[in-house]
Design a protein around this ligand. Sequence first.
Ligand code: NAD
Length: 324
Amino acid sequence: MLRVGLIGCGFMGAMHANCYKNIEGVELVALADLRPEKAEELAKGTNATLFGDGKDLIANADVDVIDICLPTYLHAEYAILAMDKVKHVFVEKPVALTKEEGEKMLAKSKETGCEVQVGQVIRFWDEYVELKKIVESGAYGKVINANFRRLSPRPTWGWDNWLLDTARSGGAGQDLHIHDIDYVLSLFGEPQEFFTVKNLAGEKNSYVNTLMKYEDFVVGVEGTWDLPATHPFEATFRVVLEKAVVENAGGKFMLYTADAASEIKIEKKELAGEAYKGGNVSDLGGYYNELVYFCQRAAKGEKIEQATLSDGVSSLAFLLKELK
Ligand SMILES: NC(=O)c1ccc[n+]([C@@H]2O[C@H](COP(=O)([O-])OP(=O)(O)OC[C@H]3O[C@@H](n4cnc5c(N)ncnc54)[C@H](O)[C@@H]3O)[C@@H](O)[C@H]2O)c1
């Protein structure tokens, strides 16, 4: 049995707890949150020991892996402590608030040999995994143009309103737009050039548009959390290839060729328990996939090779250049 300690039992901690409860060979044995009622809620159906501050869990819990779902400004401090305790750590995205913090995490991982996975979940999200396969297969020729959008109402759920405090979250650019930036970097690598325009009115960096120029195609990435609460969350893409268009929009994942418009079917996993309701996420798929990968690697004592700490730090570094 892989014994998991989860720190931070808010929005993302709840999502992760539900995933762990659905992964075979995994037991949620310790939970920490400054708000005891949050940890108690997630402990239902487990025999987990409860802690307040995450540091108490790191110091005292008997665990094999530690998962950090704390606000972004706390990632580096807690992940570094966790790396001294266990051999596998999961830390939510963005990996940290600053590049320096990311580099300290890398140094600690090197020193301890601890394997770290970053919650860049889009790399594990079914439609995006399928898109990568299609592009890399070359079956429909080269990419001509691509667009990725992630548009959200304002995240008002955060503990102590930390998400809407740019000094603690980095704002929409760092918290939300990084999902697509990380995915584009994983698919196409670093662009030759890029050009970013941010909103001039409103909250700093709350609307980001970036054009990434590669040798023979351009990728546009748009991210914001400036939408009103009544607007649905939108995470969409359109990739134009020489012989097809792959589009994920309006709840449909489609392949358009000269002869046919066909839906690409993704088999969704049925999970037991209550999916976390609220926020902007209705599907556990990617979260489940990334944590299955993490748990399998940890259980076998293997290296993390997807969404690595180094990937997370590179994406953060690119993102910070965009927001400069
Ligand atoms: N991968 C994704 O799609 C995704 C989506 C949302 C959030 N996130 C990331 O997950 C992380 C957490 O975000 P969230 O939305 O769950 O925030 P949240 O505010 O809902 O949850 C954070 C929790 O941490 C607790 N906490 C704060 N300090 C603590 C401490 N020292 N010890 C123990 N508990 C403490 C708070 O009480 C709160 O319950 C952030 O890095 C965020 O960017 C990722």
